[in-house]
Design a binder for this molecule. Structure first.
Ligand code: NAD
Length: 365
């Protein structure tokens, strides 16, 4: 297969974990005889400092020309954000425009913790039971993140307003993707919302339930987002299957899911649009550990596996990667983020060692 990829390393731990993911991608390319063209382009806070924009025109052209985009995390530490004017901050001026540009409306965030790796979770082993296997699907280009943002003053009072808007097309298309995934997995779909308070959520629920009628074979349940947050901690496996979430609620609950399985470093993702998509870790740039070769590259390597299975339709290559990663964990190796008092028998490896081990295993698989 011949494909071209735009590589956006991003900020913080981005270049470190991207380096490991690219090693793995090249191992798969060699092993299966693919021909992958990689074009690196600046993106994020580092791009603002070197090019005056977190999403420079040159990068837009590289992304337009590529078949898919492989993106690392972006952003500065909260206490350093003042170095970049609000209108040039990467979240606002790079991530959201990237999503809008390619209309990447469906964000797949798998939350996987096999029973054999229960000890990664801060929850009791009995709570993890047979293992967690949830595909969280987050709507990614609508809702409050994309609505008008207004800060002003009226009748002597200062105010700020963020508008939350969903159209029927926005909800319907992501609901269809989620039901199709649930059908493929022969699994239940849980629709998360806040329909007891928000008009947009009532609208969301009505449309999702209309789509559900076309999928009578897919078991369906609906849950309020606050209850979902609670239930995810006390009994996460009840959600094994697909969870469908709107944009902001999905942003928050997927980070909570990372906590439940033990680390945000275990959270890869794929952002799917009508024509083009991109993959990225679900977490941020982790400035607190950047440059130390201690980050967990699973999230970035797993994102490459998702590129193969969700975007390119080459699941065998993806299976090689997943199998290799889980073998490393089963052999007792972990990265620093997974260290905890109840995991003292594990062997801690660094970012590049983890990547090297995945490469060796992929080549042998
Ligand atoms: P974060 O997700 O970067 O980090 C939260 C915690 O998780 C930190 O303790 C970090 O060390 C740890 N962590 C995250 N990924 C890890 C990995 N692969 N291995 C080991 N530990 C890992 O959240 P934050 O510190 O609040 O945000 C930092 C920056 O990232 C901010 O500028 C934020 O806006 C940005 N951000 C970007 C994205 C994105 O690029 N899509 C997403 C979320 C946050």
């Amino acid at each position: 297969m011949e494909k071209s990829f735009a590589i956006l390393e991003g900020d913080g731990i981005g270049p470190e974990i991207m380096g490991e993911a690219i090693k793995v991608l090249k191992a798969v390319e060699d092993k299966y005889g693919h021909n992958f063209k990689l074009v690196y382009a600046p993106f994020g806070a580092s791009a603002y400092f070197t090019h005056g924009s977190p999403f420079p025109e040159k990068t837009k052209n590289v992304c337009d020309e590529a078949d898919f985009i492989i993106k690392g995390p972006v952003g500065l530490a909260v206490e350093e954000m003042h170095q970049i004017p609000q209108e040039h901050r990467p979240e606002h001026a790079a991530i959201l425009p990237l999503r809008r540009r390619y209309d990447t409306f469906a964000n797949f965030r798998p939350v996987k913790l096999p029973a054999g790796l229960k000890s990664f979770s801060p929850l009791k082993e009995e709570v993890i039971g047979k293992g967690i296997d949830i595909l969280m699907i987050r709507e990614l280009v609508g809702g409050i993140y994309f609505g008008d943002k207004i800060e002003g003053a009226a009748t002597g009072m200062k105010f700020a307003r963020d508008d939350c808007v969903y159209t029927d097309k926005d909800v319907r298309r992501v609901a269809i993707v989620a039901f199709e995934e649930a059908r493929k997995r022969k699994a239940r779909l849980t629709n998360v919302h806040k329909a007891n308070v928000l008009a947009t959520a009532r609208f969301w629920r009505e449309i999702v339930e209309a789509v559900a009628e076309d999928y009578p074979d897919v078991p369906y349940q609906s849950v309020l987002v606050d209850n979902a947050a609670f239930q995810l901690v006390v009994n996460p496996t009840q959600f094994n299957g697909v969870m469908l979430l709107e944009n902001m609620q999905g942003d928050i609950l997927t980070d909570q899911a990372g906590g439940i399985i033990g680390s945000l470093g275990l959270m890869p993702s794929a952002c799917i649009g009508p024509e083009k998509g991109y993959v990225e870790p679900a977490h941020g740039s982790a400035p607190d550990i950047a440059g130390k070769n201690t980050a967990n590259p699973y999230s970035m390597i797993g994102s490459v596996a998702m590129l193969f299975e969700e975007c390119l339709g080459i699941p065998e290559e993806a299976r090689d990667i997943w199998h290799s990663i889980f073998q490393i964990f089963e052999e007792g190796f972990i990265t620093r983020d997974l260290v905890s008092p109840w995991q003292s028998n594990k062997k801690v490896i660094n970012t590049s060692d983890f990547g090297d081990r995945v490469v060796q295993k992929v080549l042998k698989a």
